[in-house]
Write a protein that binds this ligand. Structure first.
Ligand code: UD1
Length: 426
């Protein structure tokens, strides 16, 4: 258990550096199986989710090494195709192993994935994608899924642009003997980054007129080292942008890609914060400004406002003058932070739209120090932002969720002048 102790009420001022994207890195780690040789992945953040996937790769027979921000993975000697719940239960992204294991072994057995409790997270689209792109026998046994067969190529029209299922489909498509088409897939930059990695492995994936396509490419084991650098973490950068504005500070976020952050930039500007974007830097100014709430912030698939910044945005909007409303269409039950933010002075509640769907209603005001419990990764980030805003001491308890997705978050906030420390409670 970790306890974040925060003395809040001070504006965050200064410069912070963005790390590599967790959500890009995790499927890429699974996809190293499709290279079947030594891979060097650069700009890798030290996160517990990353450690979990490296442990999983070692269980499967791969060799891994993590030094500085470079991960080396060699999957040449992979020798297992089963993933028990002991490995998959810790991290949702473990479902990314499905297609790579199938390609290497023609069969796999993967227990259902775990991950943050942010609502139902089924894998039906992943399995539909496999059925559409191959000739597989799929058996679900209540604990996981067993799949056996071969990739044939084909088309899959996705009923919803699920990030994980699109990634599964791309991995299934890239070494198929026949062309593949994936319509209605996700467009998130992390999906594009995976496609870039798959092409570096020898795949022939392209994105034309809204459709992911792949031409047949041969799969073989490589002996030359493949070097790949993951994209910056737009969610980490967005969290810092919201934290700076929420504390009415002024800061530069370096090493990010503002072109991939339009949803959060639009929100910040709509409240009256000043945002200046360069090629790889974002400047956020909230100092001495009276920021106002937003009528309706809707989390939708990319390029709209991201669900992963919905909770941090709630913390920010709780400091903005007037009313705001927030609706998450991606994970409609991702609302556990609402009651916890309330313990830190936020005037925030769940409400029902005329159609019956739940949304978050916020009346901005002053936050104060309080005690909250982080219930998932992004809810944890929201509470840290609230703690940094509220005058007085806050204590946020956390069962390791924050470390799943934010590297050195206390050091980074302290670099901006935040007073925040972490204690490990055993
Ligand atoms: C990924 C991200 C996560 C982010 C989410 C949405 C990683 C490791 N995680 O998660 O941080 O919040 O995208 O941007 O990249 N769904 C189904 N059936 C499926 C798959 C998904 O019904 O087979 C539903 C989910 O319940 C959810 C919605 O689709 O309501 C979006 O899920 P999805 O895009 O798949 O998210 P993940 O890939 O799990």
């Amino acid at each position: 258990m970790i306890q974040y102790v925060i003395d809040g009420g001070r504006p965050l001022i200064g410069t912070v550096l963005t790390g590599g994207s967790k959500n890009a890195l995790l499927p890429i780690l699974a996809a190293t199986i499709l290279y079947g040789g030594p891979c060097e992945i650069h700009r890798a953040p030290h996160l517990s989710d990353v450690e979990n996937l490296l442990e999983t790769l070692r269980y499967l027979g791969a060799k891994t090494h993590f030094c500085g921000d470079v991960i080396t993975v060699d999957t040449t000697s992979l020798n297992r195709y089963d993933l028990p719940a002991e490995y998959t239960g810790r991290c949702r992204a473990s479902i990314s192993f499905l297609a790579p294991l199938l390609l290497r072994f023609g069969r796999c057995s993967v227990a259902y994935p775990g991950g943050c409790a942010i609502g139902a997270r089924p894998i039906n689209y992943h399995l539909e994608a496999l059925r559409a792109l191959g000739n597989f026998r799929i058996t679900e046994n209540g604990c996981g899924v067993e799949v056996q067969g071969t990739f044939t190529g084909g088309s899959y029209s996705m009923p919803y642009p699920s990030v994980g299922a699109t990634e599964c489909a791309l991995m299934a498509a890239c070494f198929s003997p026949m062309p593949c088409r994936i319509e209605g897939g996700a467009l998130e930059p992390e999906v594009e980054d995976l496609a870039g990695f798959l092409n570096a492995c020898g795949g022939r994936i392209s994105f034309v007129k809204g459709i992911w396509q792949s031409e047949p490419a041969p799969f073989y084991l490589h002996d030359q080292t493949l070097r790949y650098t993951v994209i910056p973490d737009r969610i980490e950068a967005g969290t810092f942008a919201l934290a700076i504005a929420a504390t009415r500070g002024e800061g530069r976020i370096l090493g990010c890609n503002p072109a991939q952050m339009q949803g959060v930039i639009r929100l910040l500007r709509a409240t009256g914060a000043e945002v200046v974007s360069g090629q790889d830097v974002l400047l956020v100014r909230g100092r001495n400004r009276r920021l106002r709430g937003c009528d309706l912030v809707m989390a939708y698939p990319y390029p709209a406002f991201p669900t992963d910044l919905q909770a941090p945005a709630c913390a920010f909007l709780s400091t903005c003058y007037g009313k705001s409303a927030v609706l998450d269409t991606v994970f409609p039950m991702r609302y556990a932070h609402v009651s916890e933010l309330g313990k830190m002075g936020a005037r925030i509640a769940l409400a029902k739209a005329p159609g019956g769907e739940p949304y978050i209603s916020i009346l901005g005001g002053q936050l104060r120090g309080g005690r909250g419990e982080s219930t998932d990764l992004r809810a944890g980030a929201a509470l840290l932002i609230a703690g940094l805003c509220g005058k007085g001491r806050s204590v946020v308890t956390d069962r390791g969720f924050v470390a799943r997705g934010y590297e050195a978050i206390c050091e980074k906030f302290r670099g901006l002048g935040g007073r925040i420390w972490e204690n490990r409670i055993y």
